[in-house]
Design a protein. Structure first.
Lengths: 397, 108
């Protein structure tokens, strides 16, 4: 693979410019700035809230300095509370080109759009000169998520992605799996795979927290589409989702934005700490993808049975389709046809190897289906977290 | 399980349900062990069929792991879904006629 070397030593497989709105009121201007460049690797991200939030602040800093990001254009209305100068300084300190347009200061919508577009045009030229260096699989962080699941997800795509994770981790890469609310019922199986007893306790605690959170919300993370697809309970959905993790030992527990300190398998705890305050732990799949990317994932594996079409800003999303009928109906959106396993046409190992090879092909610049279709979904909302404790990353020192 | 219809997938030998690999219509027979069982209703692939009797309150096992418990007695060959099993953790929310979540709320 070839990567773009960043000042912190990490390497990106894309060289994206993010246009980041710092409040919903600046979203339109950000979208207009990016629009002419939407096929040139210019992606819109942002935070809609007007009120301060440490999690959102941290997420934006990590996303704007993600290894796949080569530069950042920040768009502020002017009166929102987001720490725009702190974010700008953070991006500049990473040696990335960065620019801040404050709509109220530059004189309104049209002027802010013109200023932003001029900056993007100049920066795109500079970024074309970014040298690419050799990059190994051991420099990859890969996230996994499942969305629009049905009963085939846990039989084909998820275990095949688990096989791909086993190959990645054996070669020194890092893999992150997540959504502890969809791992309810699996906590003791996961705890048995933790590299230390203290990490095992943390895993059981974080799944318990997810259970309490969803209980307060009134129902589990299982939707009508899941039930139509043959899933009955959160435990059943969990066991299918759990298969994504493969069979490697679990090296650590992360919260959104925490980076894996080395290769290995990590669980991402995305359920906020404290009393439920801001609604659902993640309002949709895209928020989970954004959190995996904030943890440094340069690629995300996304399994779907019912047929999700999403991609993401910043990092390519590889769609692994679990259901053979869905694949036939939506082949243009799907990178891998794991439904062949159900039909008996391919083994889990074969599809796992295919996914692992595809991760590397995408790392060499190959486009995923969602990239080719222009998908750049992104969402960030309010959350709050306590920092992880030392027992969460026992191998870090 | 000595003999199992090729349309059924037993994920773990400990499981008391098997997963359909194909759509099966009501009335079609599935071989489970020594006998054939006619399906009471249409069931799509990915859905579950009991391969052992499961008494009300007994744990339903898939992947060799508990995925909930039976809310009524389930016979071999029966379709197993939200009408005859429930979560042991948090209720399932669905919006179709078989609204397990609301039914459970009303029952509480």
């Amino acid at each position: 693979m070839r990567g773009y070397l960043r000042s912190d030593g990490r390497k990106g497989i894309r060289n994206v410019i993010v246009v980041a709105y710092l409040v919903e009121c600046a979203h339109h201007v950000a979208r207009e700035i990016a629009l002419p460049f939407r096929r040139d690797g210019v992606h819109v991200i942002g935070f809609p809230g007007c009120f301060p939030n440490d999690y959102a602040d941290d997420m934006m800093r990590r996303l704007c300095t993600h290894p796949n990001v080569g530069g950042a254009m920040l768009v502020s209305l002017g009166c929102e509370s987001f720490d725009r100068s702190g974010l700008l300084a953070h991006v500049q300190a990473s040696d990335r080109p960065a620019h801040l347009a404050v709509i109220q200061e530059v004189g309104g919508t049209a002027r802010a759009i013109a200023e932003g577009q001029a900056w993007i045009e100049a920066t795109l030229k500079d970024l074309r000169e970014t040298p690419a260096v050799d990059m190994g699989v051991d420099e990859l962080v890969v996230g996994t998520i499942c969305g629009g699941s049905d009963a085939t997800s846990g039989l084909t795509a998820n275990p095949a992605m688990g096989r791909a994770f086993d190959l990645l981790i054996a070669d020194g890469g890092a893999g992150i799996f997540e959504e502890t609310g969809e791992l309810i019922g699996c906590e003791h199986y996961m705890a048995d795979r933790a590299v230390t007893p203290a990490l095992a306790d943390e895993i059981i605690r974080c799944v318990g927290k997810a259970g309490d959170y969803y209980q307060t919300m009134g129902h589990a993370s299982i939707s009508p589409g899941n039930a139509d697809g043959g899933l009955t309970t959160i435990e059943e959905k969990s066991m299918g989702a759990y298969a994504k993790s493969g069979s490697s030992p679990i090296s650590g527990l992360l919260k959104p934005g925490d980076r894996p300190p080395a290769g290995g398998l990590y669980l991402l705890d995305m359920v906020p700490d404290g009393e439920p305050r801001f609604g659902y732990p993640s309002m949709n799949d895209n928020q989970e993808v954004a959190e995996l990317i904030a943890c440094g994932a340069q690629v995300v594996l996304f399994s779907t049975g019912r047929g999700s079409v999403v991609g993401s800003a910043i990092s390519p999303v590889i769609k692994v389709c679990a259901n053979p009928d869905t694949y036939r109906r939506m082949a243009d959106d799907m990178d891998v046809d794991a439904g062949r396993i159900l039909d008996g046409e391919a083994s889990l190992d074969e599809v796992g190897r295919e996914i692992y090879d595809l991760i590397q092909a995408v790392g060499r610049g190959g486009q995923t289906c969602s990239e080719a279709l222009g998908h750049q979904e992104f969402i960030l909302t309010y959350k709050s977290f306590e920092p992880i404790g030392p027992s969460c990353l026992p191998l870090a020192s | 399980m000595d003999e199992l219809d090729t349309r059924l997938l037993l994920i773990s030998p400990d499981d008391n349900i098997a997963v359909l690999r194909a759509n099966v219509r009501a009335g079609e027979a599935l071989r489970i062990g020594d006998a054939e069982y006619a399906l009471g209703m249409h069931a799509g692939y990915g859905h579950k069929i009991a391969v052992r009797p499961i008494a009300a309150g007994e744990t339903v096992l898939k992947y060799g792991a508990p995925i909930g418990s039976a809310t009524r007695d389930i016979a071999v060959g029966d379709y197993v879904h939200i009408h005859n099993m429930q979560s042991d953790y948090i209720p399932t929310y669905t919006i179709d006629g078989e609204n397990a979540y609301l039914k459970q709320r009303r029952a509480d």
